[in-house]
Every structure is written in structure tokens, then in C-alpha cells.
Design a protein. Structure first.
Length: 169
């Protein structure tokens, strides 16, 4: 027998009411696992801020790639800064609030500075594609892209491109 949406909702509600404590315990245990912590952080990045977009990626792999970069990052990725993260200058996932594209993992100080000059400096993003990694950057409405299977090369390209273009606007 096929149940209607209303019947399914009632069944789920009954189950939840009957097993509230068990479900709460499972949620608490899950939130302490590595995967639970990762999902919580990614979901916080996805949330829309007051002005603009939260982090927007094309697939789950991109979110997990950014999370790994964030988790293992110990120094600011801003080429001119490279400071170690501290309690006073913590790490931030930097993204464009106009498009939701990821840019870098930055210290709070650099992230604040980037936000202040965001309208002039453009946006950038590194993402995993079927053909390899793609680096995208938009400067004053003009989109530039590079594809490669070598992520390290793309990072070097990104630093060079930004030094030559973004910081000279």
C-alpha cells in the first residue's frame, strides 16, 4: 500500500515523538565525529549572510576540498601576509558575497581588508572539474579561466595572476 505525503509525515512525527531522546543522543554523538564537524562547518559557510551569498560550490567534492584546505591551513594564504593563525587573528574562509565563489583561507585581518576592497579587486575560485582543476577569476566583469591537472601549478598561477592584476587596480 502506497502512503500519501500526509500519512508519511504523521508516521515520522509519531516516531520522532516516541524517540526524541534517542534521536537527540544520536545527533549529539554525530556532531562530535570528524564528519559531523565537517558538515557543521560547511553548512555554516553555506548560510546566507545579511548582504549577499554564502559559499556556493558546484558539488560536494568542492565543499570538502575547501574544508580540507581550511582544516589543514596554519598560515594566511594572502601572499603579502602569510601570518600564522592566532586567537586574535583567526582563520576565515574568504569568499565573494556577490557570487558565493571561494577565494582563499585568510586570517581575519586580511579577510576584513579584502571585504573592504572587494568591489574593486574582483573574485576568484579554484574548483575540481572532470578534466582537472579549474581556476576562475573575474575582474571588473571579465572572466578568466585556467585548467590544469596540477593543483600546485594552479596555486602558483593564482598568486602570480593576483599580484599582477588584483593588487594593481
Amino acid at each position: 500500500m502506497v502512503q500519501s505525503k500526509e500519512e508519511i509525515a504523521k508516521t515520522r512525527k509519531k516516531y520522532y515523538e516516541k524517540n526524541k531522546e534517542k534521536i537527540a543522543k544520536q545527533h549529539k554523538e554525530y556532531s562530535q565525529t570528524k564528519k559531523g564537524k565537517m558538515n557543521h562547518k560547511i553548512n555554516s559557510w553555506k548560510q546566507k549572510p545579511k548582504n549577499g551569498y554564502g559559499l556556493i560550490c558546484e558539488n560536494r567534492e568542492e565543499y570538502e576540498y575547501i574544508y580540507d584546505r581550511y582544516y589543514f591551513s596554519s598560515h594566511c594564504e594572502e601572499p603579502k601576509c602569510n601570518k600564522e593563525y592566532t586567537e586574535d587573528n583567526w582563520k576565515c574562509m574568504d569568499h565573494c558575497h556577490d557570487t558565493g565563489l571561494f577565494r582563499n583561507i585568510l586570517c581575519h585581518s586580511c579577510n576584513t581588508k579584502r571585504t573592504l576592497k572587494e568591489n574593486n579587486s574582483g573574485i576568484s575560485n579554484i574548483s575540481k572539474q572532470k578534466t582537472g582543476w579549474q581556476y576562475r577569476i573575474v575582474i571588473k566583469g571579465q572572466r578568466y579561466s585556467k585548467y590544469s591537472t596540477d593543483l600546485e601549478w594552479l596555486k602558483e598561477y593564482k598568486i602570480k595572476f593576483e599580484k599582477e592584476n588584483l593588487y594593481n587596480l
